[in-house]
Design a protein around this ligand. Sequence first.
Ligand SMILES: [Zn+2]
Length: 422
Amino acid sequence: MPDSLLIAGVSQLLTLRGRGPRRGSALSDLGIIKDGALLVRDGLITAVGTSAQVEALPEAREAEKFDVGGRVVLPGFVDSHTHLIHAASRAEEYELKIAGASYEEIARKGGGILNSVKKLRAATSDALKQRARNALKQFAAYGTTTIEAKSGYGLDVTSELRILGLHRELSAEQPLEIVSTFLGAHTVPAEYRGRAGGAEKYVSLLLEKLIPEVASAKLAEFCDVFCDRGAFTREQAKRILEQGKKYGLSPRLHAEQLTRTGATQLAVQLGAASCDHLEHVNRADIRALAKSRTVATLLPGCDFHLGLQRYAPARQLIEAGAIVALATDYNPGTSPTVSMPMVLSLACTQLRMTPAEAITAATINGAYALRREKRIGSLEVGKQADLAVFDVADYREIPYYFGMNTCWTTMKRGKVIQKPQF
Ligand SMILES: [Zn+2]
């Protein structure tokens, strides 16, 4: 049989099989097969089961064999919230934050997002692309096979379109899947501040020029807004996301990160795919999310990096029945990491999620947050062979070892994209 691959020698095969998305106690069900194997053809999974079941298939006997030597296999992580394209770190602000300056104080002094905007506008496309390419290799090295990527450090027509164009070029040039989101509404750019009606003028630019252009060039699937104190109001977010929807861009939202603005309720009303951060949600917000199909995406890397004590109420969200996902929020200001295993460690120790819940949130529920749950996020017949192999004896060791990389190899559509380590 041509092009068939047998992945064998799996001590624990975390299939995540069954209906997605997962809510409540279903987050704990990893569908583990002990001594498992997988058969892959043309990038898709054709059989999953115990070694005895899969290796007995005629196709398995003819297939090329890849023995993972008793390691743990799970679906590749789906990182549903990143700000992939940016020009440089903001290490200079890191020290200010350690000395006690708040994220908002730094932003008011021209730091924060505006600092990254200045750096991005001055950077060449080649430099931006090279930085992103390096990050994508790192994502794969930590077991991630699909990422969402947002614009939002350009904040003018040329720069925003340039970022989204780079998402498209990078998608074509390297193996990770990149899901593109337009986040022109990240913050009001400097040139619109300090003049009467400046913020409204920028919103008009988004509504009348950028959203139509992004949609007509098919440069994004989703439209996002940073709805918070110092960024956009709930009313502005509503207009921007409704205009996005009119042009075929599905909504998602940065909500209740620094303060409670009511953005979660707006996300639910608009049928947003996801509503992210949620450190300041109240009980009514949790109830609304639980009754909806909007994913509650938690980003504990931000709170960790900023040294904040208040994490999102993951236990309450899970117990209420919300669809909880986890993501890195990879960005230079608040969460400079590409490591989903580190996010799992934080989810366990800070959000009090179990290792099983955290893995479900980082795979099938992340896939649902990107509306790709039919293709990725679990290891089932007909789905893409996107998987990560971890050099651990038990899946719980993935979050247990923190700040270490135990990912041994990563495969995208049945091809090794990160060669076996050590
Ligand atoms: Zn973000």
